[in-house]
Ligand binder design. Structure first.
Ligand code: OOG
Ligand code: NI
Length: 448
């Protein structure tokens, strides 16, 4: 068993350096991402100007630190070995696989998880997450092409030798010192860098591209380039409306729930993927379209009961032709969903963190005491938990908005077992994490 060692750099620090390095690299690679970052920062500032109480509340709950650094990204890998190596690499930064997302239902030949911090303290420091998808080669129906793709993938190593060594070193000694941690960030970043040169000739690229655009994206390059990074806004409707003024064309509709008094789960929108020049291995020039930008607005985490209702209402609302119409449909359908903190809590639709006030600390509280009464008396406060995960229907919408105008299909069914076998670990259940957070807070208050 490895002992903690005070010369080791903490997971939180390594994750923060890595997320910063990734953001700097992506700003250079995709300048529109930099524009989006400043637009989001500007709108967040305006939101605080209009609603100083929100800023004060976020400051009180130590939520401002994460807002400034918060982003998620997405990557796609081709093999089980790549996925399991990523798991080991992200573990060094305190990022672990949470949730299983089956995208094959939506015609996208991948299944996914999100690597993210698990515990409240780490999430507060920096909640950096990476939505990570694994190609499902078995969904390529042309046998010859499937074989070819497998061979191409088997021949590449998306990790530098130094990165592999540092991951092993970490496993042996139980941590990384400052110099090693810095080198680790530099080496790990290489896996996610964009490469203009493909590993395949133009004919192979075309054949894979024709099968599915995503397959070409995953198979034909020497690394697993980061395909977007997403800052968190406090007003997604405003950013969506302002994007064109900043030379950015947003996708038609905002995914997820409608605008609410108490923001729910996750709302997302993206800008279209760029057409970028590439050079095939036979020296022919071409283009590849994969990398884009996205913004998100995060809200309250729902319990299984609340989530079931969300999924039902979302399916009922369907999809409008344009964003305005779509948001109107959603707002109408979601009018039956509670929209105040107390009702969401009392009906057990959402997760909360409980804390005693000064007054509450002087009271004897026992398990089974009435939470509602304590809150009313000013002895207890309940703060909603933020949703830290993703939504499969929204993710499918984001994938599809970047797959061009002719949707390609691929039939499949969820295969969580197969995904976990490739990952070399089981994925954490996100609901269990929220439940544990709520339970621990109740325990601290003496409520259970
Ligand atoms: C991932 C798309 C999903 C999200 O925010 O839901 C996603 C991808 O395009 O690789 O990032
Ligand atoms: Ni995303």
């Amino acid at each position: 068993m490895n002992q903690p060692n005070d010369q080791w750099i903490s997971e939180d620090e390594i994750r923060t350096s890595f997320s910063q390095a990734m953001s700097a690299m992506y700003q250079q690679e995709v300048p529109q991402y930099g524009v989006l970052l400043s637009l989001v920062a500007q709108v967040n500032e305006q939101v605080f100007q209009l609603d100083p109480a929100l800023e004060a509340r976020m400051r009180d709950h130590d939520e401002l630190t994460r807002l400034g650094v918060e982003r998620h990204g997405a990557i796609r890998v081709g093999t089980a070995d790549e996925l399991s190596m990523l798991r080991q690499l992200f573990a060094i930064m305190g990022m672990h696989p949470v949730g299983y997302y089956d995208l094959s239902q939506a015609g996208v030949p991948v299944h996914s998880t999100a690597f993210r911090p698990l515990l409240p303290a780490a999430l507060k420091r920096n909640p950096f997450r990476l939505f990570t998808s694994l190609l499902r080669l078995e969904l390529i129906n042309d046998k010859g092409l499937r074989q070819r793709a497998a061979e191409i993938l088997a021949a590449r190593d998306i990790f530098t030798p130094e990165c592999r060594e540092l991951v092993m070193l970490h496993q042996q000694q139980g941590g990384l010192n400052a110099r090693q941690a810095e080198e680790f960030v530099t080496q790990a970043l290489e896996t996610f860098r964009w490469h203009q040169k493909t590993t395949v000739d133009s004919e192979t690229y075309q054949a894979l591209h024709q099968q599915h655009r995503l397959i070409a994206d995953i198979v034909c390059f020497p690394g697993c380039h980061i395909n977007h990074l997403t800052p968190r806004t406090l007003d997604i409707d405003r950013v969506q409306a302002l994007m064109p003024q900043y030379g950015i064309t947003p996708k038609a509709i905002i995914e997820g729930p409608p605008r609410r008094e108490i923001p729910l789960l996750l709302r997302q929108t993206s800008f279209k993927a760029l057409e970028e020049p590439v050079i095939f291995s036979d020296h022919r020039p071409g283009t590849h379209t994969a990398r884009f930008g996205e913004i998100e607005q995060r809200g309250i985490a729902l319990t299984p009961k609340g989530r079931e209702q969300y999924d039902r209402l979302l399916a009922q609302a369907g999809s409008g032709n344009d964003n305005q119409q779509h948001q109107q449909y959603l707002a109408d359908v979601f009018s039956v969903f509670p929209d105040d903190e107390a009702t969401l809590r009392q009906q057990k639709f959402a997760w909360y963190e409980y804390a005693l006030t000064e007054k509450g600390k002087n009271r004897a509280i026992t398990a089974g005491d009435n939470i509602k009464a304590f809150i009313a008396e000013g002895c207890l406060v309940a703060t909603p938990l933020m949703y830290e995960d993703f939504l499969p229907v929204s993710a499918a919408g984001i994938f599809q908005s970047n797959l061009g105008d002719n949707p390609q299909s691929s039939q499949g069914h969820a295969s969580r077992q197969q995904f976990e076998a490739a990952l070399g670990a089981t994925v954490h259940d996100e609901m269990a994490l929220y439940a544990a957070h709520e339970y621990a807070s109740k325990q601290r208050c003496g409520l259970c």
